[in-house]
Design a protein around this ligand. Sequence first.
Ligand code: HEM
Ligand SMILES: [Cu+2]
Length: 640
Amino acid sequence: MYIPFFEKHVPSDVIAAWVSVIIIGIVLATYVIKQNKWSVIWEYMRTTHHRKVGTLYMIFGFLFFLRAGVDALLIRSQLALPQNEFWLFQFQKYNEVFTTHGTMMIFFAATPMLLGLMNVAVPLQIGARDLAFPFLNAVGFWLFFAGGMLFNLAFFFDSAPAIGWTGYAPLSTSLFTPDVNSDYYVFGVQISGLGTIFTALNIIVTIFRHRAPGMKLMRMPLFTWASLITSFLILVAFTVLAIGLYLLMFDRMFDTKFFNGPDGDPIFWQHLFWIFGHPEVYILALPAFGLFSDIITTFSKKRIFGYPAMVISIGTIAFLAFTVWVHHMFTVGLGPLVNTVFALTTMAIAVPTGVKVFNWLFTMRGGVLRMTTPMLFSLGFIPSFVMGGVTGVMLSVSAADFQFHDSHFVVAHFHYVILASTILGIFAGIYYYFPKITGYQLNEKLGKWHFWLFLIGYHLTFFPMHITGMNGMPRRTFTYDVGEGLTATNFISTIGAFLMGIGVAVMFYNLFITIRKKERVGSDPWDGRTLEWTVASPAPEDSFQPMPIVKEMDPYWYAKQRGEDLETTDEKLASPISRDSIIPFIMANLLAVLSFGLMYGWIWLAVLAGAGVFMCFIIRAFRDEREQYYGKGEDGHESV
Ligand code: HEM
Ligand SMILES: [Cu+2]
């Protein structure tokens, strides 16, 4: 359709997106006005409290997950049949849709939902009142939000990036993609990445500085351990990505030629990207490992098997994660020696991972198993993840990788690992922590429907893809021919994908009816073992008064066994000061406006937004939030 405002033909999918967003917007606005929910929105825009920021992370991560999921269904619809012409998702449109699918899933769905769970659970697991820097926490969230929204905006202007989630140079440089499309990728990912780095810093400081008395490092729950080590991974990996994106931005805006020309080289981008990209896989997997460990212990009514081995293997995996990036570049031609070294380091990662798998199994051995929804997701994870691990070892054989490379076999492999660990982990985490987040418990029956539909759909989608790939189907290709032996497996994959979609719809319905019913649960609905189950559901703003004293691992469980309450102390520990503020919201969104100005060359807008961000720095620098806190004397009277 020709639309004068756009001054060009606008494809029907973009029009459909506009129409549906406007309809959803009107429905939401009517709901907010009718129910008078403005105060809730205003509260969440200004909040710095860890549970609320965590909730925001989960909500928006889930929304982006839905969008990326719709992309996945569009991909699968196009690939369902040979020579298919589904809607308009061929050629460049197909390139756009797999790019937004991959980028959104990794940066705007999986990572933020995990950060959300960390936000909710980590402080509660170690007996902290909040994250160490609540203001910074809000800044981190709003940066993710602004980056994600900016990235999403691209579609509405018919400018979605089409350079793959890997943004390979030289395609991503202005030489080959001079339009704003690739800029949306560069700026969107950059802004949200900055937020991720801030949140990682916050988690690290919180865990080192704000543990309850007696909560030694080797008494911490494994989700907290995984969050700590993941945060170090983020700190290093996302910084490398930020540098890469920065150089790419310079190449695009000022023609610096880091990644092309006589002195630049596109391979530099590949190195930078994968030095980030491989650890990112573990940034997604390790927190899920931590969640599964805690969930399996809780629902086996047994202590984790081999706790020190679990901690050491998380650490080893994290370290090795930085030594394997070239396995994504075996076919670049770096030489046999390099390929051999990186093949060996890659295979080595299987060892600590195997240790963890056996420890999960031994934890359940002889335990009293309860098949709740979070436990089912954890049980589904183990064999599924092992299958992804096995194809990973196959891919690590560098000579064989020349055959597998860029085929649907690789697509099958990485979905097996990421979906089994991260997505099943996030689902498990949502069911497990829903009472701590909202005070309600999700319906178990619907939870089981969700689990089985999703798990069966997942294997139905991705298992045949191994065969599709071995039969020669390249990834990032929008069609194939009749008679190539690719039809049956592709068709099965598409059915599986829609089954997963139904599973997610069941979950959505579950969330909806549970929130509507408003049946409160107590502080300890799962008969838990760790400190988060001692505080009320939903987690209150002034948790842990008085402070519990921790004398062993799983302190709450053993106290319950002995029929005692946890010992507490009146001693006051320095605790973070959480004060509402609108500055993080303004600052982060202005940064997105600034990027928008740079992308379209509206320098006046960029300068104005930049000045706004700078003003926020100044206001923040002169505001001492401790005043409000310390200003009150011990007896509650103003002392100043
Ligand atoms: C929910 C069900 C999902 C389905 C049906 C699905 C399907 C697909 C398919 C068919 C492709 C290959 C497109 C091609 O190369 O032509 C793909 C690519 C990809 N997917 Fe998924 N996916 C799903 C979930 C996820 C999740 C949860 C993640 C990560 C958290 C993810 C990350 C990726 C990435 C990174 C790519 C590569 C994109 C690129 O080549 O640039 N996907 N997906
Ligand atoms: Cu890798």
